[in-house]
Each structure stands twice: as C-alpha cells, then as structure tokens.
Design a protein around this ligand. Structure first.
Ligand code: MSP
Length: 502
C-alpha cells in the first residue's frame, strides 16, 4: 500500500486558532481524506510549536510565566479541541514539549554537529519576536518589521551557528532537479533568488532565552525555536524513538505551509536534512494569505475570525467548501461572510441541494422511489480533472470538476424535462434520464467525500449508496453502481435555503 505522509505547520499557541490556521489544516484534511479514499496509507500530522518566546510572552501577560507548562497544556488542549470540532482527521497531534521530540532534537543536533555544520560565533542584528527570526536592516520599514509592524530588538550574542551557506549549491541543484519540490512555481523563483543572493549562516541558539530545549552539552544555550520546530516533522513519525516507523513514513510527501514561512521550509529545512543525511520531502506547497473583507486579519484590528463561530452558523461542510472554492489554492484571497452566503445560496442550496432533492422527488413520483434500469454515460473527463487537481493541490480545479457534473445534471433536467416525458408516457427515455441523474448525483456525492464529508455521506445514504470502508475511490467512481430496484429515501434538503430577513 503506498504511503502518504503530510503535515501542517505546528502553530504557536499564544492565542486561539484563527480561520487562517484552520485554512491550512482543513486543506490538509481534505488531502488526507482523499488519499485514504484512494487506498493509500496516510499519516497526517499537525500540532503546536511550544518553545517560542511568543508563548512565553502570552503567559506573562496573564501572569502565568511561572506555570509555563500548565499554560501550554491548557492552550494545546484548546487547539486540539478545535481541530476535533472541525472534524480534522489527524493521526498525531504533536507538541514540541513532548519527550520524544526532545530526544529527536538532541539526536538531530548531535548528527549535524558531528558533520561539522555547527560552529560558535557572535551574532549582532535585529530580531523580530513576531517572526521569531533575525531580520535584515534593509527589510525594515521605518525601523519596523513589515509583517508585524513592531520594532525588532537589537541583539548581540555568542551563539551556535548552522553552516547554511555550505548547502547553497546543493540546494540550488536539488531545486533545479526536482521542479515539483517547491510549489507553486512562483514561490520556487522567490526561494531560488533568496538562496542565491541573500542566504547566510544562521544562528541556532540563544543564551538570553530561558524557555526552550537546551543545547546538548551546553545548558547555557536554548536551541533556536525554528531549528527545534522543523524537526517535529521527523519526531512525528518516530525519528529517534522508533526507527522502523520512521523508515516507513519518511520522507514526507507534503509539507503544507503558508507563504509566510517558506524560507524556513524551503531553504533552512532542506539544508538541515541534507546535513543530517536524510532525504528531502517530496513537496512543500505554500498557499497564499487571505484578508478579511479586504483587511489584513490582525488582533489589533479586532477582525480575527474564530472558525468555530463560522461553523456554529453554517456548519463544517460549508466552511470547508467555501474556503477551498473561493480562493484559488496558492494565491492570496479574501474571506467575507457575504461571499460565503452568496456561494451557499447559489451553489450549495440552489445548484447542488436542489438537484439532489429534485432527482429524489422525481424518482419517487415516477418510479415509486425505486432506481430504474441501468444506462451508460461518460464522466471520465470530470474524474480525470478531479484527480489531477487533488494530486497537484489545485483544490479549486477539483471542485470545478465536481461542479461541471452538478451543472451537467441540472442541464439534463432542463433539457429532458422528465415531467413532459412522463406526461407523454415516454417511459424508457424517462427511466434513462432518471438513472443518469441518479448516478450523476451518486458520483458527485463520492467526489465530495473529502471536501464535505457529512453532506456527502447524507447524500449517498439517500441513494442507499453509502460506501463500504474498504472500497477505493476508483471503485466507487465506476459508472453504474446504483442497483435498479433499490429504494431511495428523499429526506430533507441537503442545504436548506436560508431564511433571509429581507
Ligand atoms: N510556529 C510556526 C510554524 C512552525 S512549522 C515547523 C508558525 N506558526 S503560526 O501560528 O504563526 O502559523 C502560521 C501559519 O498559519 C501560516 O503559515 C499559515 O499556514 C496559517 N495562517 C495564519 N494566518 C493565515 C491567513 N490569514 N491566511 C492563510 N493562512 C494563514 O509560523
């Protein structure tokens, strides 16, 4: 069985999850569900980045700096609970304060040190706590970090350094040889120029910081939080604790990240792996950022959206659908409730929900609720586009492919007018039309399983076509599986029309 190991970033827990964090995690969940359906053995990792100064400051703000572990336990619990409420199907939720991670980081550090890639030096520069990174003077705008709009701190310290520049040529060569390593393409160009022209050795310890993993053999230093955090991708599948498991899963198929953290994932991380003699992940995909009604989402603007608030009103399926439908994956976009409601009304309630309801109603009316005789039909183009979309992380293309079938079915209803066929007693044509419609609806339900798991299950159960757990997507997508004579159950509309106040 092919394996598919995918990860999200591990998030800082200085606040609760926002819809931005949910975006990455939901996208990863769709892929995890898709690959499980394809018959792959999947390992889906997410978790929390706990050794960051950002977390320490958040604890300080509420007077809990002396109870760091307690604060982190509580916050990690909240994040875990949110993913559970969002029905995210992770295989492991990793925390970087867990003991197996400490082992993994120590092992990794020692390996890189033995390789000769760690040396002691002095660092002087600007440090942005928001980025948890040193920033170049040239990148500051009016003396402030352009991402966090805060003044970085001037730091001068004796640190341990990682010989990142030793991997410049190897990295460039690897990226050239593996055009699908960094996706989308536009990000690859950005990284290549960074590696070529700007990348320097990087300081990987702090002597001024108290919270974090101690440098092996030098308790006076804590390991730089990004160096520790990236290693979670190895810990998650057994590095340093379970070599058999590690061999099974590493290298990861996909690290899914936001565009804000690609330098870490596409330059530092692969160089760390090369230094440790480990293979590189197959893909790093960096998606875009979205604004909220046109504005940057930020605590100071007070426009941070809690995904659970959205789910409470519209449900998980609608949130998942909207996020992946509205923004072309990889590009920047905007989130707005008004847009979500527009798409709900036109695409979910009208196009999809109404189709399913009409087809079931007509089956009841003309065939006593029983599925009529088989009719062949070709859906291969939509299915190919769907697979290609999901293989290349183009969720919008996969959704377009599903909607091409939704629209085809609606068009068929309009063209064939089953009520006229019934009136004219063209029974055979009526049966053929309804079988085609019912099968189209079934196929749509199957294709929607990774995107809108609950709605898809409900849809399929109306047709008595709930998939058995051991059947693969390819099997389910063979045309003509609805057995003639089977009784359908119309039930309530899938996406009821919203009550509008106007
Ligand atoms: N802890 C680091 C990651 C370490 S991974 C080894 C970190 N954490 S974070 O909490 O700041 O999360 C950043 C990620 O959250 C982004 O890369 C992206 O995946 C997601 N997003 C947060 N806000 C977002 C938007 N407004 N839009 C899209 N994604 C967003 O960085």
């Amino acid at each position: 069985m092919p394996t598919f190991y995918l990860t999200t970033p591990i998030y800082y827990i200085n606040g609760k999850p926002s819809i931005g964090h949910a975006y990455t995690t939901i996208a990863a969940d769709i892929l995890a569900r898709y690959h499980r359906l394809c018959g792959d053995e999947v390992f889906f990792l997410t978790g929390t980045d706990e050794n960051s100064q950002k977390n320490v400051e958040a604890a300080q703000k509420i007077g809990r700096e002396n109870d760091m572990q307690g604060y982190l336990d509580e916050m990690a619990g909240r994040w875990k609970a949110t993913w559970k409420d969002l029905e995210i199907t992770t295989d492991r939720f990793i925390r970087t304060t867990e003991s197996d991670h400490l082992n993994a980081v120590e092992k990794f550090w020692k390996t890189v040190e033995t390789k000769g890639d760690i040396y002691k030096g002095t660092y002087e520069g600007w440090y942005c706590k928001g980025c948890e990174a040193f920033v170049n003077e040239g990148d500051l705008v009016d003396g402030k970090c352009p991402n966090h709009l805060t003044e970085p701190a001037r730091i001068k310290e004796d640190n341990y350094f990682f010989r990142l520049t030793a991997y410049r040529e190897l990295l460039l060569h690897y990226i050239e040889e593996h055009p699908d390593f960094i996706l989308p393409k536009s990000r690859r160009n950005e990284i290549v120029s960074y590696i070529k022209d700007f990348m320097t050795d990087i300081s990987i310890s702090r002597s001024s910081v108290k919270w974090g993993i101690a440098v092996p053999g030098d308790e006076s230093h804590r390991i730089y939080v990004w160096f520790d955090a990236l290693i979670n991708y190895l810990t998650g599948v057994g590095y340093g604790t379970d070599e058999k498991q590690f061999e099974k899963w590493w290298p990861a198929q996909l690290h899914l990240v936001g565009k804000d953290i690609i330098k870490f994932h596409c330059a530092l991380w692969p160089a760390m792996l090369l230094s440790a003699g480990l293979p590189l992940p197959k893909h790093v995909f960096a998606h875009g950022f979205f604004t909220i009604d046109g504005q940057k989402m930020s605590k100071s603007l007070g426009n941070v959206i809690d995904p659970l608030d959205v789910v409470q009103i519209y449900g998980n399926d609608v949130l998942r659908y909207f996020l992946l439908r509205e923004i072309r994956f990889g590009e920047d976009g905007d989130y707005g409730h008004a847009r979500l409601e527009e798409r709900y009304d036109s695409e979910l309630a009208n196009e999809l929900g109404n189709l399913v309801h009409r087809v079931c109603t007509m089956t009841e009316k003309y065939f006593g609720g029983k599925i009529p005789a088989h009719t062949p039909h070709d859906i291969s183009v939509a299915i190919k586009t769907y697979h290609m979309g999901l293989e290349m992380f183009a969720f919008h293309d996969a959704l377009d492919a599903i909607w091409s079938l939704v629209r085809e079915a609606n068009l068929l209803v309009e063209q064939k007018k089953p009520w006229v066929l019934a009136k004219e007693e063209k029974t055979e044509e009526l049966a053929q039309t309804l079988y085609t419609l019912l099968e189209l609806v079934r196929v749509i339900g199957v294709l929607l399983l990774p995107f809108m798991p609950k709605a898809a299950q409900t849809l399929l159960s109306k047709l008595s076509a709930s998939p058995a757990s051991n059947v693969t997507l390819d099997d389910l997508l063979v045309w003509g599986q609805l057995a003639p004579g089977t009784l359908i159950t119309k039930g309530d509309p899938l996406f009821p029309r919203r009550e509008t106040t106007t």
